[in-house]
Design a protein around this ligand. Structure first.
Ligand SMILES: [Zn+2]
Length: 147
C-alpha cells in the first residue's frame, strides 16, 4: 500500500516536472519571441531591487559594505541581462531582415518574366542565365536577356 502511494507520488511529480519541458520544446517560436520579454522583465526586477537597496541603505538598514557588494552584484546581473536582451533582439531583427529579403526576392522572381532563358528550339525553360540550352544545346538568343 505504502509502496503504491510512493509510486503514485513519484509518477505525478515526474509528470509535473516534465510537462513544462515537453511543452516548451514543441512550440519553439513563441518561446523565442517571449525570451526578449522575459529577459526585460527580469532586468526590471533587478532595477527594482537596486532601488529598494538604495532606499534601505539611505534609511540606514544596511551596512555600507553589504550595500556595496549587493549593488555590485545587482549591477552585474542587470548588465548581463541587458547584453542577453540585446542579443535576443538582434537575433529577432536578423530573422526579420532575412524574411524581408526572401519576400523581396520572391516578388522579384514573380514579377520577372520566366521565359528569359526558354529555348526557342525545344521549349526547355533553363533555370539559370545560360548561353546554350541545357536540354538540346541550341544557342539561346541574347536579345531575350533582361537589361
Ligand atoms: Zn533547347
Amino acid at each position: 500500500m505504502e509502496l503504491g502511494i510512493a509510486l503514485l507520488i513519484t509518477a505525478s511529480l515526474a509528470i509535473f516536472v516534465m510537462t513544462p519541458l515537453l511543452s516548451r520544446s514543441t512550440e519553439a517560436v513563441p518561446v523565442d519571441v517571449t525570451m526578449a520579454a522575459h529577459l526585460k522583465r527580469r532586468r526590471l526586477v533587478v532595477y527594482e531591487n537596486l532601488q529598494d537597496l538604495e532606499f534601505e541603505y539611505k534609511a540606514g538598514k544596511i551596512a555600507t559594505e553589504d550595500y556595496e557588494s549587493l549593488r555590485t552584484n545587482y549591477r552585474a546581473e542587470a548588465a548581463g541581462l541587458m547584453a542577453a536582451s540585446m542579443e535576443a533582439e538582434s537575433v529577432d531583427a536578423a530573422d526579420a531582415l532575412i524574411e524581408r529579403e526572401i519576400a523581396a526576392r520572391r516578388a522579384e522572381r514573380k514579377a520577372k518574366p520566366q521565359d528569359d532563358y526558354t529555348c526557342a528550339k525545344c521549349g526547355f525553360e533553363n533555370p539559370l542565365p545560360v548561353k546554350f540550352c541545357g536540354e538540346c544545346g541550341a544557342p539561346l538568343s541574347p536579345a531575350r536577356k533582361k537589361n
